[in-house]
Design a protein around this ligand. Sequence first.
Ligand SMILES: NC(=O)c1ccc[n+]([C@@H]2O[C@H](COP(=O)([O-])OP(=O)(O)OC[C@H]3O[C@@H](n4cnc5c(N)ncnc54)[C@H](O)[C@@H]3O)[C@@H](O)[C@H]2O)c1
Ligand SMILES: [Zn+2]
Length: 356
Amino acid sequence: MPAFAVRTGQHTYQNVVERGLLQRVSEHIPASAGKRFVVTTEDVWRLHGPVLAAQFDGNVEVLFFPGGEANKRLSVVEALAEQMVARGADRSSYVIGFGGGIVTDVSGFLAAIFMRGIPIVQVPTTLLAQVDAATGGKNGVNLVSGKNLIGSFHQPEAVLIDPEVLSTLPDREYRAGLFEVIKCGVIRDAALFEMMEREAGRVLAKDADCVDRLIAAAVRIKAEVVSADERESDLRRILNFGHTIGHAIEAETEYVRFLHGEAIAWGMLAATKLAELTGVLAPAEAVRIQKTICRYGSLPPAKDLQPDRLMARLSSDKKTVQGKVHFVLPTRIGAVTVMSGIPNEAIRQAILESLT
Ligand SMILES: NC(=O)c1ccc[n+]([C@@H]2O[C@H](COP(=O)([O-])OP(=O)(O)OC[C@H]3O[C@@H](n4cnc5c(N)ncnc54)[C@H](O)[C@@H]3O)[C@@H](O)[C@H]2O)c1
Ligand SMILES: [Zn+2]
């Protein structure tokens, strides 16, 4: 099964995509490692924990936290660190992040700062975490004043992706992850986009062959982009297609109406319209992107959102550099350009025409 190397300044590691891999996590942890600490949520542990625990002969410490965006907080990281100390953690200890993107972000940050950094293996269990959050070493927690405002880069030792765990993932969470996969196709992989376009029925039915292929394709892209640009200065920006307006939509609706992937789907629709309006994307290509996104649809409605309020949020986004809003715009399926200085009127029109 495929493995994709991520090469960064910190170190090189593999992203392995393999059915049944959850049964072999222990093989990826060196025998010399000290105590293993699994960071997870109770729902994931109930569903998939026994398979993981069995490999360690019970010789693993399980740290629970409640999950959810509201708990992605510094205080939670501190409480987890206190529990680690109480249970005998030291510099040789090893963290296993086992859950969705919330868990990979919190456990990644915990590993990054515990005794100034200990190793972590990520075992992501949502599609979003498998194709996005677990890879790249970005981690962090929220402040009251904004999402992901505290965090670090701490690359994992490995990312172990078992597509079988998605069998228990709620349909809405699965679809939300699929929008990030469509994003990968639009920005860098026309063949992946075409699969998402043509085989939506099989993808939505979680056909094993399709799921394995789409995860592998998306992970390969993330691994390539992160390897080329660990710190998001240039190339890594292309992963933000749909995220400029998507983040504004999430913030405007206080992170409750939309799952992340759903807000990004709206954001991609708006960015695609903007690409068409600015003349960088042919209308026929724009229609293919829009149709494919809608094929995975039933998005919560966004038409009540005020374009002016969304636009006001664009300039306060974390990704905004010195007040300049950058948009990742497709130029054809499989390629994008990064543009700034787009007139407000065009942005307003793109939002108005796409969020209906
Ligand atoms: N660091 C990064 O590069 C990066 C990238 C993208 C997203 N993120 C972060 O990821 C977070 C969102 O992650 P998410 O969408 O995975 O949400 P999540 O972690 O909240 O998981 C969604 C829900 O699914 C449950 N779940 C997880 N795996 C399951 C399984 N196999 N079966 C059944 N239920 C399961 C979870 O417990 C949770 O209730 C956000 O906080 C976002 O900021 C980080
Ligand atoms: Zn995203």
